[in-house]
Design a protein. Structure first.
Length: 114
């Protein structure tokens, strides 16, 4: 009988078939996944709401991560012409497509706890 685990691992390891380096560039890092998780599952947030929810992130780092996510099409930024200015961040349709990935990571984590 053929071992499906080996063939699946070989498939994933193939750099020709797997865009893992590109994926890691888009959503890798300490804060991007956390930002995406909040925006995907909790909806639109203002900057300070995100900052309060993400323990340990600095204002500069959160700003940089949000800019990168926006540049990559995963987060949309809406600025309201108000005084003081109000800015809201939302997950784009491209980011929402990651929902099953987040659920799979959750299931993997919960399944590994004994």
């Amino acid at each position: 009988m053929k071992d499906d685990t080996v063939s699946e691992a070989q498939y994933i390891e193939s750099t020709e078939l797997c865009p893992m380096p590109d994926i890691a560039q888009l959503i890798g890092g300490k804060w991007k996944l956390i930002v995406l998780q909040i925006l995907i599952f909790q909806g639109t947030k203002r900057f300070n709401e995100l900052r309060r929810q993400i323990d340990g992130v600095t204002q500069t780092m959160l700003t940089n991560q949000l800019r990168a996510l926006e540049r990559d099409g995963l987060v949309s930024r809406k600025v309201y012409a108000e005084v003081p200015p109000r800015v809201e961040y939302s997950a784009t349709a491209r980011a929402m497509a990651l929902t099953p990935v987040f659920r799979a990571m959750h299931d993997w984590w919960v399944g590994g706890e004994t």
